[in-house]
Ligand binder design. Structure first.
Ligand SMILES: Nc1nc2c(c(=O)[nH]1)N[C@H]1C(S)=C(S)[C@@H](COP(=O)(O)OP(=O)(O)OC[C@H]3O[C@@H](n4cnc5c(N)ncnc54)[C@H](O)[C@@H]3O)O[C@H]1N2
Ligand code: MOO
Length: 467
């Protein structure tokens, strides 16, 4: 039977398979090339469909060290903005708008008085002398009035009340003198061109933009949107952020640590910081520094309903620092495994399937710095935030700083204050939550007192924290 073909159609299938493989390859290359040509490094609005771009963003080389700006750019490219949901406006504080929101009602919604006073009709005021008018009615805010006003009459009117068509101007009551049913209005008040009347739609017309897409809603926005007639709005879903803490020395809050053990503070620090940046924290457990425990954790992560995952600890060069190995074994793709930044140089960012993964180092100070400098901004972008925080400002150093080991960009916790018209910054104490991070340039070994230094605010649009 040697040489005879038991499957006569096989050659055709084979040829067809090779051909389709080539067509696919050509198509993939074309798409890839298109993506490269059209890659937008500044895009905050990449959709879930941008996986090709995502693949392209992963470096092919083995150099996984990144400086802070490069890491932020790379993360921006990988961000997949959350899906949208409709929520009542009353619950939307701190949420990010998914669409431009336009006015449903004009502002003001009717012609209104801006003063408590007397409304007069047109055709008066030219006399150049004081005039006395009979008071023919009263209009309170909220009245639906059909009141008619004629020249030579005055109507008592309140701030916010609807002004009848023929009403020409409101004279503030403190400028008038009332005597029973009559009011005397002085010539200068009658001659004043300010009408104290706000025309319907003069502040905002129906369809005017009230709040742009990508805005983190503050109390002021909620008030404005309510005024303009909106009661339900479309926002980006909050990202579910899974996090776990590694360390065989860690015990839970409430237990008395045995010698060598530590209470896991990162767990509670992270839960709060994730909320500060608009995420929903989901604690996934405290994990021992063993290969088996970490492998199991990473294996379970893929099925966990989280949009982003953070770990702490296990990032150093020690024998039991196994996060990167476990991440790779679970099929993770590394974006960087070392940052040109301290604290935080021992950290990793990568993709585990569709999920963005951040391996932060163990020390809580490093967790705080990286959450502010890297992970927090990523969380804001995932929620579709248009303008990124923390903001960078300049502050005046109220003390000199000496850098012991220059050569790497450093984030130093600082405390901001305001004095004599200047924004001042000093170094935060060891256990003092920083209100900013001073950005120490790699080439600086000292800063003088009164020198201006760049600082990144740790405040976010979700709640400013100034000391
Ligand atoms: N030989 C070297 N040693 C270290 C280097 C180095 O370059 N060469 N880098 C140092 C730096 S920088 C860092 S950062 C750490 C990285 O450490 P790990 O990410 O491996 O973290 P651990 O070793 O697990 O913990 C470090 C420290 O933090 C405490 N920790 C950890 N988790 C928690 C938690 N959930 N709550 C409270 N405290 C926690 C832990 O007990 C350790 O004290 O490596 C340096 N070493
Ligand atoms: O990686 Mo360490 O966090 O430089 O502090």
């Amino acid at each position: 039977m040697c040489g005879t073909n038991p499957f006569p159609n096989r050659n055709i299938y084979h040829t067809f398979a090779i051909l389709s493989k080539k067509v696919c390859k050509f198509f993939c290359l074309t798409v890839r090339l298109w993506c490269m040509l059209h890659a937008r490094t500044d895009s905050l609005y990449l959709s879930k469909e941008t996986s090709l771009k995502k693949q392209q963003a992963i470096p092919d080389n083995t150099d996984m060290i990144m400086d802070h700006p490069a890491c932020m750019r790379k993360i921006s490219q990988l961000i997949m903005v959350m899906k949208r949901e409709v929520v009542p406006l009353t619950t939307a504080l701190g949420r990010v708008t998914a669409t431009d929101l336009t006015a449903l009602l004009p502002q003001p919604a009717f012609r209104q008085s801006l003063r408590d006073g007397y409304l007069v009709a047109s055709g008066i005021g030219e006399a150049g002398s004081d005039q006395i008018f009979p008071i023919t009615g009263i209009i309170q805010a909220g009245n639906v009035t059909e009141t008619v006003i004629l020249p030579g009459q005055a109507i008592r009117i309140m701030t916010g009340a609807m002004v009848p068509k023929a009403g020409n101007r409101v004279i503030p009551q403190e400028e008038c003198s009332k005597d029973n049913d009559m009011v005397r209005i002085p010539a200068h008040a009658l001659g004043n061109l300010r009408t104290h009347i706000e025309e319907e739609g003069s502040e905002m017309a129906v369809g005017d933009l009230v709040v742009a897409a990508g805005t983190v809603l503050q109390p002021e926005h909620i008030g404005l949107l309510a005024t303009t007639g909106l009661n339900e709005i479309e926002v980006f879903r909050r990202p579910r952020v899974g996090f776990f803490c590694t360390g065989s020395e860690l015990v839970e809050i409430g237990s008395v640590p045995l010698p060598g053990q530590k209470i896991s503070s990162n767990q509670h620090l992270l839960a709060g910081l994730v909320r500060r940046f608009g995420g929903e924290p989901r604690f996934l457990g405290t994990i021992h520094d063993t290969h088996a425990a970490l492998a199991q954790t990473f294996a379970e992560l893929r099925a966990t309903e989280c949009d982003l995952v953070i770990s702490t600890g296990g990032m150093g060069p020690g024998k039991y620092d196994l996060i990167e190995q476990a991440f790779l074994e679970a099929g993770g793709e590394v974006i960087y495994n070392h940052l040109d930044l301290t604290p935080g140089k021992n950290s990793l960012c990568g993709l585990l399937g569709e999920k963005l993964f951040f391996g932060l180092p163990g020390p809580p100070t490093a967790v705080h710095a990286l959450m502010n400098a890297v992970v927090g901004p990523a969380l804001l972008q995932i929620q579709g935030v248009g303008t990124l925080y923390p903001m960078i400002i300049s502050a005046c150093l109220s003390q000199p700083i000496t850098i012991r080991r220059p050569g790497i960009m450093q984030l130093r916790g600082g405390i901001l204050s305001y004095s004599d018209g200047r924004c001042l910054v000093r170094m935060a104490g060891k256990h003092e939550p920083p209100s900013c991070y001073m950005v120490i340039a790699a080439d600086r070994s000292s800063y003088k007192q009164d020198e201006l230094i760049e600082v990144q605010l740790t405040a976010t649009p979700f709640g400013p924290h100034f000391s």
